[in-house]
Design a protein around this ligand. Structure first.
Ligand SMILES: Nc1nc2c(ncn2[C@@H]2O[C@H](COP(=O)(O)OP(=O)(O)OP(=O)(O)O)[C@@H](O)[C@H]2O)c(=O)[nH]1
Length: 612
């Protein structure tokens, strides 16, 4: 029987095929109009970073060689070589959009590092072995070179044991807020697993008292403060400076509740200083709010999911459901075991055993890696998503144990905004609305994600489809990114728009904004999808209704037909199914991933054909 993994691979194939088809079409259209596809953002944004170097930018295979050459040049000590090394470092930074990790000396094999094997024998080490003096000289010289071009260097890790080696974080401050890299992290887990508390501690500094002090100020509703239970999708941001340090309020260590509430750092303040922003989507743990949590997971396009597990409670209740959904959506998962301070060692050991067992089970097929050193946190942050590794952090929000590794890991997580398999810069504008408000003196404001294309303030756009499948014309009056004003945005970014002459009631989550064209996009009521039933306790037939999540679209659908011989679907069955939106047509496309749910029933799939 084909596994979930095989089905996910199939979905990815369909998704990639559709993307390639759409991209080819966009290039053909651009050629027809004699337009060139847009250049990558950094090349436009940082001309100064590229100046002084006439070398073409190296491709991935040259990466390690380039790092080694920089070191050789710097060790030679000649002034000409220093200039050349600086130019190469600038190239490295340009290629990596202003942020990269430079390894000095030889590196232990990842397999040994991740399995915690002793590193004392040198078999399997890569790179060139250096003396401690050489490592120190290189750290100084690289810092000098990067500072000459306006960047900052921070020493992430330095070790003299076995082999002298160091890892440096090289970062250029972004030229403006519109280009600050952002990493979206969805935080899930059971009620009371410590989601809001961990976010409070990470973003506000200071520690928790074990009675909910750190989560003060994170709640959005009165009933949340009273019950201590998150019910909505909360957003928090953590900014990192070019030197790698987190941006925290001055009162980070205050013990006074009122001061913590009052002295919260504004998002705008964080975004203008930050060289990197990690935005957390704080999702509710209670079963009652699963629909909201699912919406946050599908519409927020997170780069990874942080699954919180209370060490005292283990993987219970909704946490298993959250893990299953994250895996089904193919989002990389990081596990944080909280409350290690208050958990007796035998219970902690049981929780660890259970987490490892679940992660290794055939349904997950992940390799758990316990993060126990800075070197592991650095290496994992770069590779965990592609290698089916699941980093596990053990932390306490009360004593602060393990939090440094989490911060370091988050600081280094690569942004997926420029991942062309997810977002398409070379495509026409496609922005999906995930939130809508009415702001006094501003009007209707929407928040959402640019799935494709670029957009500027003042541009004429279409918003829709409405309940009749029509699109209405509007203008983007102003734009904000993490509450800081910007004038343009590109694919992969999460931004908010103030819309001209649009009533709040006319906007629905899941609508899209596209550039004005003669023929507006189609509004779809019926479509066909390939699905896999992940769970159903009996059988699923024609006319079955469930809540469908597809990007920012969330609506009840009805199954109108299926190609299964018996006309019924059971757990583990795969079929081509025809769906119909119950209340109004939506903007959906071939290749989009879908998830439907009703009670415990869950199905996963991909849209293969639009039927209207
Ligand atoms: N001792 C100890 N207590 C903690 C730790 N982390 C969180 N807590 C406490 O656990 C309780 C629940 O934490 P929350 O952050 O509200 O849990 P949650 O997962 O956000 O819960 P929901 O919002 O309902 O989904 C609070 O009283 C915290 O003070 C920890 O590391 N150690």
């Amino acid at each position: 029987m084909p596994t979930l993994r095989d089905f996910q691979n199939e979905i990815e194939d369909i998704h990639d095929r559709e993307l390639t088809k759409q991209r080819t079409q966009a290039i053909i259209d651009m050629n027809k109009e004699n337009k060139r596809p847009p250049r990558p953002a950094l090349a436009e944004a940082k001309p100064e970073a590229n100046s002084g170097s006439s070398e073409p930018v190296a491709d991935d295979s040259d990466w390690a060689a380039m790092q080694l050459e920089i070191q050789t040049l710097l060790l030679s000590g000649a002034e000409r070589d220093h200039d050349r090394a600086r130019d190469m470092l600038t190239q490295l930074l340009t290629r990596t959009r202003g942020e990269c990790i430079l390894w000095i000396g030889s590196r232990p094999p990842k397999t040994k590092l991740f399995t915690g094997e002793p590193l004392d024998d040198l078999s399997g080490w890569s790179g060139v072995s250096r003396t401690l003096e050489e490592v120190e000289k290189l750290c100084r010289d690289v810092t000098a070179c990067v500072e000459e071009v306006g960047g900052k260097v921070s020493v992430l890790h330095k070790s003299e044991t076995v082999q002298a080696r160091a890892a440096l974080l090289l970062r250029l401050p972004p030229p403006n807020v519109a280009l600050t890299p952002e990493v979206r992290v969805a935080v899930v887990g059971n009620v009371d697993s410590g989601k809001s508390t961990t976010l409070g501690v990470l973003t506000r500094g200071g520690l928790d008292d074990g009675r909910g002090r750190a989560r003060v100020g994170l709640f959005r509703h009165k009933h949340e403060i009273e019950t201590g239970r998150t019910s909505s999708v909360g957003m928090e941001i953590l900014g990192f400076l070019p030197d790698g340090s987190p941006i925290l309020p001055k009162t980070a260590n205050s013990m006074d509740l009122d001061t913590i509430r009052r002295e919260k750092l504004g998002w705008e303040e964080i975004s203008v200083q930050a060289a990197k922003i990690v935005s957390f989507i704080d999702l509710a743990g209670h079963e009652k709010y699963l629909k909201t949590t699912l919406y946050g997971l599908t519409s927020g396009a997170p780069a990874c999911v942080m699954l919180m597990v209370g060490a005292n409670a283990g993987l219970i209740g909704m946490s298993k459901e959250h893990l299953a959904i994250s895996l089904a959506l193919n989002v990389p998962v990081v596990v944080c075991i909280t409350k290690v301070d208050m958990t007796p060692p035998n219970i902690l050991a049981e929780t660890i055993k259970q987490v490892v067992k679940v992660l290794k089970s055939p349904g997950c097929r992940k390799t758990p890696v316990f993060v126990k050193s800075t070197e592991m946190a650095i290496e994992l942050s770069q590779v965990f998503a592609n290698e089916r590794l699941c980093p596990i952090f053990q932390l306490s929000n009360v004593t602060g144990d393990g939090l440094d590794f989490v911060r370091l890991f988050l600081n280094l997580l690569p942004s997926d905004e420029h991942d062309s398999s997810k977002f398409m810069n070379d495509q026409p504008l496609e922005y999906s609305v995930t939130d809508v408000w009415s702001v006094p003196y501003v009007g209707t404001v929407v928040n959402g994600i640019l799935n494709g294309g670029t957009v500027k303030t003042g541009e004429q756009v279409l918003l829709g489809p409405d309940s009749n499948g029509n699109y209405q014309s509007t203008v983007i009056k102003s734009m904000q990114r993490k509450r800081a004003p910007v004038t343009s945005a590109e694919a992969g970014q999460c931004v908010s728009f103030a819309l001209k002459r649009i009533r709040r009631q006319a906007v629905r989550k899941g609508m899209v904004i596209v550039h004005k064209t003669e023929t507006p996009p189609r509004a779809i009521r019926r479509f066909e999808g390939q699905v896999l039933i992940l769970y159903h306790n009996t059988t699923l037939q024609k006319n079955y209704q469930a809540m469908l999540h597809c990007g920012a679209v969330r609506q009840t659908v009805r199954i109108t037909d299926m190609d299964h011989p018996q006309g019924i679907l059971r757990t583990g069955d795969r079929a081509t199914v025809k769906f119909e939106f119950i209340s109004h047509p939506e903007f959906v496309k071939e290749g989009m991933k879908l998830l439907f749910r009703e009670g415990k029933t869950k199905g996963l799939g991909v849209i293969t054909r639009l039927l209207d």
